[in-house]
Design a protein around this ligand. Structure first.
Ligand code: IVH
Length: 667
């Protein structure tokens, strides 16, 4: 691949990975398998290795993924919650060991091996021995406050046992045991509620509930495995740390193996793999950690992961089943996705009855036919994929499948973009009921307009009865119209109307995201909102101006421009505004320690990247300058600050260290 092509692909990968991060981490609703995600990430890592000058500061390889949802209070982690790099085979884990040994200059390293639990990472803060705060990992730097919810987790002590330290950040995993998961789903099905897809999702969904009573009704469990910041507690190895945690009454996994070098790691891996199915909870690999804390400090971290730990993943689980039918789904942008309906099969703890085939090329590449026996693979993930067709079992009666020439929802001809893999319905998004339904669902989603209670069935009804023909029609709904729908109770109708009313008070960013402009995800919507302030200003933005926005390349600028010059789209936006949707422009804070201040960053920070620090300052109304002058109001001096620090001191500029900076941020 040449450099120009690599640049285009890298930009695509950024967008794709960002989208999947959001689905997985923020919405708890991933649309691709972990294996498929890992492939995207690897492709990006490889391209970046090949073209190092195409690596950007905001590449997904450089940061911890996911954004906190807007509905919870945000918590800035004192020390970032990192994620683990993965090893998928023996070769990759030996490379890890080699890197560690080389960096430390030792012949053998002592590791501790623990199960990698498939749940959700959280941080619990104990002050004076009492649980004072709990937060999810979020994007690693900012998480969501879930204190009340965590208090309902049965095995989390509200008060520590023994000699409690003054301040303690405990990190660990919230999860659901396999048997509890099955029982929970049984109850949900009996109550007519949709079942959860897997234990990880049900744990995440249960913890991120606005109503702690709901969390309390779910059988969540917790295991502690690390310590963040601590005051009044000392330990020099990981095993010692785990024993201390245990002594304080915290649940710690019993499976923890001291492993002497690589042979020890291999042995622990085999032992855990063998026991995998007997364990009461899902485990998707082995976590290998350097035991000595001092050595960990020397190893440090690289981008999003510590150099002292690795997740040694288990191979994905596969089962055979049969393709009963291939269906076509039409998405928000009209894209046709073939989906295989399968004879239900139990793979790695989940019953699977559908698998996406992504697009026509993928369907051809795998050559999946109706009636085929296939291997379905699930790698600790949610949406399973078809790994391959079992050719030996073909009888000749299998039927190949072609994407239809006309849209299954509206009958308009379908077209395949030149050079692209995607076949689309050629109809306008409002003229095709499937596109419209998907567009409304996106509009109503969390992170967009946040309209509770507007699910798929209801959207289909609203579109089917022509009550909603454009997004703005949603705000024209009233009690009478809603009650004309089949099976609509007055209470639900009232609830929906209140949710619609509530959604009117929104932000420019959310509205821009909700409109469903192609390629405009939450991050781009935020950038657009910050630059243009209000939606109407975008009507007049030129393509050139749009390319000045971070993340927006020429192709995307074209799409955004085309969207806002379209009279139809403008009309919908005007109608939304006229019907009472009031987006607030991004806030420029007027108070606080950073507002209106010029700040210079120098030296390295341990708890965040420089880009992140800059973002945090700007979000609080400050400006970050590259050099020190009389105009500098504040200097943040990290670890190895040099000449700039001297100059600042000479000029009498106020200087804070990292701790002081974090305190100002928490303000
Ligand atoms: S240690 C930097 N230990 O895996 C080290 N993590 O990708 C931080 N996880 O977010 C984590 N079991 O949700 C650690 N025994 C274990 C774990 C574990 C599961 C999860 C955790 C974390 C993710 C890292």
């Amino acid at each position: 691949m040449d450099k120009a092509a690599a640049e285009v692909r890298i930009a695509e990968l950024h967008r794709e990975i960002g989208y999947h991060d959001h689905r997985y981490y923020t919405l708890d609703d991933p649309v691709i398998s972990d294996a498929a995600y890992d492939r995207l990430m690897r492709e990006l890592v490889e391209l970046e290795e090949q073209f190092p000058d195409l690596v950007t500061a905001d590449s997904p390889t450089r940061r911890v993924s996911g954004l906190p949802a807007d509905r919870f209070e945000k918590v800035v982690h004192r020390l970032p919650m990192l994620s683990l790099a993965n090893a998928f085979d023996d070769q990759e884990i030996s490379e890890f060991d080699e890197r560690v040994r080389k960096a430390l200059g030792t012949a053998e390293v002592e590791y501790v091996c623990e199960p990698k639990l498939d749940g959700l990472a959280v941080e619990l803060i104990y002050e004076g021995g009492r649980l004072s705060k709990a937060a999810t990992r979020g994007d690693g730097e900012v998480g969501e406050e879930v204190t009340q919810n965590l208090r309902t987790v049965k095995n989390v002590p509200l008060e520590l046992a023994g000699q409690a330290p003054r301040y303690l950040e405990v990190r660990g995993e919230v999860f659901i045991r396999k048997a509890d998961f099955l029982r929970l789903n049984q109850k949900r099905e009996e109550a007519g509620e949709p079942p959860f897809v897997n234990p990880r999702n049900s744990a995440a969904g249960s913890l991120r509930q606005l109503d702690p009573r709901v969390t309390a009704s779910r059988p969540l469990r917790f295991f502690a495995y690390e310590i963040g910041h601590a005051d009044g507690l000392s330990f020099s190895t990981h095993l010692e740390k785990l024993s201390l945690l245990e002594g304080l009454g915290l649940p710690v996994n019993q499976f923890r193996h001291r492993a002497a070098g690589l042979p020890g790691v291999r042995e622990a891996y085999r032992a855990l793999l063998e026991r995998r199915h007997q364990l009461p909870y899902e485990v998707d690999g082995l976590v290998v950690k350097v035991n000595e804390e001092d050595l960990r400090k020397r190893l440090g971290q690289v981008s999003r992961s510590p150099r002292w730990a690795m997740a040694y993943k288990f191979p994905p689980e596969e089962e055979q089943t049969r393709v009963v039918e291939i269906e076509v789904q039409v998405g928000r942008t009209g894209a046709l996705t073939p989906v295989a309906k399968l004879e239900p099969v139990y793979v790695g703890g989940v019953t699977v009855s559908r698998a996406t085939l992504h697009n026509e090329d993928e369907l051809r590449r795998k050559d999946v036919r109706v009636g085929d026996f296939v291997f379905v693979r699930r790698a600790g993930d949610v949406i399973p994929e078809i790994a391959q067709v079992v050719l030996d079992r073909r009888t000749g009666s299998e039927q190949t499948f072609e994407l239809p020439q006309s849209c299954p929802a509206c009958g308009a001809p379908t077209v395949r973009e030149e050079g692209g893999a995607i076949t689309r319905c050629s109809n306008a998004s409002t003229a095709c009921p499937a596109q419209l339904v998907a567009g409304i669902l996106h509009f109503a989603a969390r992170g967009a307009m946040d309209i509770d209670g507007l699910g798929e069935k209801l959207c289909e009804q609203l579109v089917g009865c022509s009550l909603v023909k454009t997004l703005s029609d949603l705000y024209r709904l009233d009690l009478e119209k809603l009650l004309s729908l089949e099976r609509m109770a007055e209470k639900s109708a009232q609830n929906l109307l209140s949710a619609l009313e509530r959604s009117k008070s929104t932000t420019t960013r959310k509205l821009l995201f909700a409109l469903g402009i192609r390629h405009v995800g939450e991050a781009t919507a935020r950038q657009l909102a910050e630059r243009f302030g209000d939606v109407r200003s975008l009507f007049f933005a030129t393509e050139e101006e749009l390319t000045l926005v971070r993340d927006v390349g020429p192709q995307m600028a074209k799409e955004i421009h085309a969207f806002f010059v379209s009279p139809k789209n403008r009309q919908v936006i005007e109608e939304l505004l006229a019907l009472g949707v009031t987006p607030r422009p991004p806030e420029v804070p007027s108070g606080g320690p950073f507002a209106g201040k010029t700040v210079v960053l120098t030296g390295g920070l341990c708890s965040m990247t420089r880009e992140k620090a800059k973002e945090e300052i700007e979000r609080r109304g400050g400006k970050v300058a590259g050099s020190v002058s009389r105009k500098t109001d504040l200097m943040v001096a990290g670890g190895d600050a040099g000449s700039k620090l001297k100059k600042a001191a000479a000029l009498g500029v106020r200087v804070v260290d990292e701790k002081g900076f974090l305190a100002l941020l928490e303000g």
